[in-house]
Design a protein around this ligand. Structure first.
Ligand code: PLP
Length: 486
């Protein structure tokens, strides 16, 4: 009974029998056969109901026929439990955002407004096919030699180098040792980054992952799926409707060494509240001092200020400080390449020797999970980023998107002020990027959705891209109405 760390004086001692019972029940629950060795036929008969297999130390031959029948019956009984019965599967929690959008699609009211889109829309409410991306796509398709061939396991390597330049800067790419992997969008980058860290950073199984409260609704799920325990850190002050820097700093400062913090590089989803450059500097110093790991998620580079370089300040600050980091980069919103699932994972390493190992491990994970990333989006974006004229055109298109978002914020606030709504709405213009935390309560957001057909999640998050010059007045009237009447 070494597994029990206990040697019974007699084989019929209750604690001993109870322990056996527990072991056999647990084993059976996991679909195992359980056997016992006894010394005679009487004991064998006694235990026949509890065990699948009974070996008798004495006269085996005399009872082998009897025992054979029992073993067969036990095996037959346990077989059905090994079958996966799909009908007993629990239903996972539905994705609230996708549910909301499905409701919006079904709504036939002519006033309906989608205030929750996750993809950038133009002033006509349409997904914008960026002209630079369109030109690159046309150029690629017209190549007589274009091949729909697999990429290598790491992905489109020249694209990855351009992507790394964009988010980490030219100097880091030229002089640093950046291990990169092409991923399935920003979600894929978060996932593979999480799997990599679980495997190689959380070897003791005691590393916590801290996620901003609130955050992109998928962050907890992605990290939990990689077997991490996730926790929250403060980032938003609901009273001032702005960044809770003191809370954020305190949570970072008290985290255990080695903890991972998922940080939004810019245009925080869902609050639109980012730290200033000075605050990023301060945070990066704390990360360095405390030995924390920065997981920098960047899905909206250029959307906060309209300037791709200014928006990557957080990455620069952490690089400068030499903080251990992973960067997850998405091209969905910033290039309008949603369906192509284009993303990249970058891990700055201290030497070329280390970089080779990191790249090979990332490739090994990728090969097991998806084999290789999709090709077409990487070809398109490589074409954009490697052609100077197309690249500057694309940079100006990112600014067009960011400017439209800022303009819509201003118009909405101007309308609300014109209506003399009792609240102060200035936070909407102070927040940046695609989202704004309006401060509407769950009840008010439900009213907006159910009664005004202006669809928004219970958090009161407004996807500013859902506003257009033709609906902004209506949305302001709805918001004015809900704050006056609820
Ligand atoms: C903060 C954040 N990270 C990652 C993603 C995922 O990006 P992708 O759509 O490229 O998978 C999103 C998308 O909404 C996001 O908001």
């Amino acid at each position: 009974m070494s597994i029990l760390n206990y040697a019974p004086a007699r084989h019929d001692e209750p604690p001993f029998l109870e322990a056996l019972d527990r072991i056999s029940t647990a084993a059976k629950r996991h679909g195992k056969f359980v056997g016992i060795l006894v010394s005679d036929g009487v004991a064998a008969k006694k235990t026949a109901e509890l065990y699948d297999i009974i070996a008798v130390g004495g006269d085996v031959k005399a009872i082998s026929g009897w025992m054979g029948g029992h073993v067969k019956a036990a095996k037959a009984e346990s077989l059905p439990s090994k079958r996966l019965d799909y009908e007993v599967l629990p239903l996972p929690k539905p994705d609230t955002m996708f549910e909301l959008l499905a409701r919006f699609d079904k709504d036939t009211d002519p006033r309906k407004v989608n205030l929750a889109p996750g993809a950038y829309r133009d002033d006509n409410g349409l997904i914008w096919l960026l002209p630079s991306v369109k030109a690159a796509t046309a150029a690629i398709i017209s190549l007589p030699t274009y091949e729909h061939q697999y990429l290598g396991i790491q992905g489109h390597v020249p694209f990855l180098r351009q992507a790394a330049r964009l988010i980490l800067g030219d100097v880091a790419v030229e002089t640093g040792h950046i291990a990169s992997l092409q991923t399935s969008g920003g979600t894929g980058a978060c996932h593979t980054g999480a799997v990599f860290l679980k495997k190689f950073h959380d070897v003791g199984g005691d590393v916590d992952v801290f996620i901003s409260n609130p955050s992109w609704e998928n962050h907890h799920a992605v990290f939990q799926h990689a077997d991490f325990v996730t926790r929250s850190y403060r980032c938003y002050n609901a009273k001032t409707r702005s960044l809770d820097f003191a809370g954020m700093k305190a949570d970072v400062d008290t985290a255990r060494r080695g903890s991972i913090f998922v940080l939004h590089v810019c245009a925080h989803n869902p609050t639109g509240c980012d730290p200033t450059d000075e605050q990023w500097d301060e945070l990066s110093r704390i990360f360095k001092r405390k030995g924390l790991y920065a997981f920098l998620d960047c899905a909206y580079q250029g959307f906060a200020t309209g300037d791709l370089v200014r928006d990557k300040y957080a990455v620069e600050a952490f690089l400068r400080e030499g903080v251990d980091m992973v960067v997850a980069q998405s091209f969905s919103k910033i290039a309008g390449l949603y369906g192509e699932r284009l993303g990249a994972l970058h891990i700055p390493c201290r030497s070329e020797f280390a970089k080779v190992r990191v790249v090979e491990q990332l490739k090994a994970i990728n090969r097991r999970e998806v084999s290789v990333a999709p090709r077409f989006g990487a070809d398109i974006m490589y074409h954009v980023l490697s052609d100077e004229a197309l690249k500057s055109q694309w940079i100006s298109e990112v600014k067009i998107m960011s400017d439209r978002l800022s303009d819509m914020r201003r118009r909405l606030v101007a309308e609300l002020q014109r209506l003399n709504t009792s609240c102060n709405w200035e936070h909407i213009t102070k927040q940046r990027g695609m989202f704004s935390y309006t401060g509407l309560t769950a009840e008010q957001s439900r009213y907006m959705t159910d009664e005004c057909h202006a669809y928004m999640p219970p958090s009161g998050r407004l996807s500013v891209t859902g506003l257009t010059t033709s609906n902004v007045e209506y949305v302001a009237r709805c918001m004015d109405h809900v704050v006056r009447h609820t």
